[in-house]
Write a protein that binds this ligand. Structure first.
Ligand code: PEP
Ligand code: MG
Length: 457
């Protein structure tokens, strides 16, 4: 009973609300511009927020690379997550400022604060419109090296905006959001149409990297596809593991992807591979699907590149072993960091220990890039780190020539790339790797980035 007391308080609050005639606003059908203050928002609640009415949100729970925060960035919604107890400080109707740049929420701001933030809002809009003008320019360093800048998306309708931001391909399409949007799994035809819409809106020449279902952990569905009773969901039946334990679900998705491959350049990417046998099993299922399609004379591209996300340390350490079995690697630092430093990416209480600048993380990324180069396998990086200007020179200096990021981040990253040479980046990467702590690495990279992007920092 002690464990249930929150439920009882919740029931009390709702009964009183009904007696008073209050009606709760639905997050996807707000009637006025609003800021949402919540204990937590799941990725699917965030995806369904009414983009036109939500001015920002702040939550008690969450981390900077949780899927809720990633979506907020993609949807350009100012957000601060992981504030621990914001819900106990704000009452309904309080004016608040959500400063997503600094990670601050100001409750009942005074006149000066409102004035200063209005000024800042205008300055930000000006910088944004200057950045928007970068879309048509090449992402080329001063010594003439092209860096591929691709977009990460959750829904096909994000593609036009990604292309407007300058994406020359999609390096990560998180297809699980198609499942999270409803309570039942989409049919093969529904998926086929979504993938076809995505590839067609990209235009013929730009590749679309479709990542197979990454459900589980923090992305749960309200039905029995995703397990609900795991003690350690991030280490449990998540992602490719869930697909390999549920072959009809996996095959349905692979069939839809292969059918869509008849309409453009599609690449297939398996997430959370942690073991070479898992990769071989996934490829066998894909081959079965391909054989069935061929037998049924359904058109598809017989040359679809197949790659993996490198987001588990076991694969990063042994990347060379995977070279012969994949066409490309995509380094998923959001998970790679959490599994390397043993920090849940969505847990605000340990967020200070979650760092892309951790020397061990840098060593793993560099190792993967070097292995890929040695065996001539395409490699890119699609974690949030790719779109953070602070890390761009380091990543290029380590040897990456392809970065995939949330589309609104592309112009700023491009602006930076156009001001540096590969030599400069290599020098910065060498220095960063020689530093002892993540703090020292971060401070050094911030200082170097500030010199080139003074408007942003
Ligand atoms: C990652 O883990 O870095 C990644 C890009 O995938 P996701 O954020 O969807 O887990
Ligand atoms: Mg991941």
């Amino acid at each position: 009973f002690r464990e249930r007391d929150r439920d009882i308080w919740d029931i009390e609050r709702r009964i009183i609300g009904h007696l008073l005639g209050d009606s709760a606003e639905k997050l996807d059908q707000l009637t006025a511009d609003s800021i949402v203050i919540a204990h937590d928002l799941t990725p699917s609640q965030t995806a369904n927020l009414d983009k036109h009415r939500i001015l920002g949100f702040a939550t008690d729970l969450g981390g900077k690379t949780s899927h809720t925060a990633i979506l907020a960035h993609a949807m350009r919604i100012p957000a601060v997550v992981g504030l621990k107890d914001i819900t106990s400080h704000v009452r309904n109707g309080d004016p608040v400022i959500v400063d997503g740049m600094r990670g601050q929420v100001i409750i009942e701001p005074d006149g000066d604060q409102v004035f200063n933030y209005r000024q800042e809002q205008m300055a930000f809009a000006k910088v944004q419109s200057e950045l928007d003008a970068m879309a048509g320019l090449d992402a080329r360093t001063t010594d003439g090296t092209d860096i591929k800048l691709w977009g990460n998306i959750e829904f096909p309708d994000e593609i036009p905006a990604a292309v407007n931001n300058g994406a020359t391909g999609i390096g990560l399409y998180r297809t699980e959001f198609l499942y999270l949007a409803g309570n039942i799994a989409p049919t093969e035809d529904e998926q086929y149409l979504a993938y076809k819409q995505a590839i067609e809106s990209l235009g013929g020449d730009k590749p679309l990297t479709i990542r197979t279902l990454d459900l589980g952990a923090d992305k749960l569905m309200g039905n029995d596809i995703t397990p609900v009773d795991e003690r350690n969901p991030f280490l449990g039946v998540r992602s490719i593991r869930l697909c390999l334990q549920n072959l009809p679900l996996f095959k349905t998705q692979l069939r839809a992807i292969m059918r869509a491959s008849a309409h453009g350049k599609i690449r297939i990417m398996f997430p959370l591979i942690s073991n070479i046998m898992e990769l071989r099993q996934a490829k066998m299922v894909l081959n079965d699907v391909i054989e069935d399609l061929a037998e049924q004379k359904v058109p598809f591209d017989s040359d679809v590149p197949v790659g993996i996300m490198v987001e588990v340390p076991s694969v990063a350490i042994e990347a060379t072993k995977y070279c012969n079995e994949v066409d490309f690697f995509s380094i998923g630092t959001n998970d790679l960091i959490q599994y390397t430093v043993a920090v849940d990416r969505g847990n605000e209480r340990v967020a200070n220990l979650y760092s892309a600048a951790h020397p061990a993380v840098l060593q793993l990324i560099r190792g993967v890039v070097q292995s890929a180069k040695r065996c001539d396998v395409d490699v890119s990086l699609c974690g949030e780190m790719a779109g953070d200007p602070v890390f761009v020179m380091l990543l290029v200096g380590i040897g990456l020539r392809s970065l995939s990021m949330t589309p609104p981040a592309i112009p700023e990253v491009k602006k930076l790339i156009r001001q540096v040479s590969i030599k400069q980046c290599e020098r910065i990467a060498r220095k960063a790797r020689s530093l002892e702590t993540d703090r020292a690495v971060l401070n050094y990279l911030r200082d170097e980035t500030r010199k080139l992007l003074p408007d942003v920092f």
